[in-house]
Design a protein around this ligand. Sequence first.
Ligand code: PMV
Length: 316
Amino acid sequence: MTGIFSAKASAHANIAVAKYWGKRDENLNLPWFDSVSFGVGCLETHTEALWIESSESDELWIDGVRSPDLGHIKKIVSRVRAEKNWDKSCIVRSENTFPSSSGLASSASGCAAAARAVSLAAGLEYSDRELSRLARLGSGSAARSIPSGWVRWYAGTSSDGSDSYASQIADADYWPLKIFVALVSQSPKPVSSRLAMKISQESPFWTAYKEQSSRDADLVQMALEKRDFSALSEVMLRSALNLHALTLTCRPPICYFEPKSIELLRMILDAARKIPVCCTLDAGANVVIVCEETASDWVGGQLETLKIPYISTEIV
Ligand code: PMV
């Protein structure tokens, strides 16, 4: 069979307000509990995939540099190849609009864009649910970068992962919140989230963490239904800080914070008593600040004063 098997696709990064951390199945990236995120404007991956008749191995290029292997997208490419019963090779070229591996969830947008481009280039027209499951194989949080807006990833219970996918729970315009991504550090994180999640399950606090985190997705959804910023803030902050408390109590301890992360965190905690502002941190030093329109000038001003570079954006 001959033909042109190429396609282009894009995906946004997402930031979780009820975080995913820990896996019930490492191979399929199946989480223990549901998580909820929003899509972040300006943080995007654009990907082109090409399937060719070749005896050479697959190739992955990120921001113009060839990666030594397919990394996170290996399982995505293998799954599509198996589905087509092909022996073609796949060339994937990705461009990020932000620095990779800096706690800005580049694996989420990267794997989601790859799932779309690689399957489309193979002529497979998957639904969003199927794409979410495919993206999940590359990186768990990528399951949430397929739908837009506010997204819930259902952990599911089946051992094959068929019921573990993400769906939109509210569209991007539902609640016009402002997002500031404070670029505290642009260097790669000290420990990958993959490894940190594994070690975290040995923390003495793992059972308590898992029990409390299992309720967070429902709490976020309730806060969303009422557009209740204070309820959203409470769970957003707790979900992030519980995750960092867990990594800090690992053996060896994993500390993702930089001094500037703590400075920002303290500033936000203080301000949150007076104005509608909150923040979250993924497994990295960067701080994502979420606020209502009325607090947005204050946040921008503070970041300028502290001389922390930032991206000011909205939910997409
Ligand atoms: O999908 P991974 O393996 O990059 O894990 C991401 C985990 C967090 O970003 C810290 C939390 C989340 O829910 O996105």
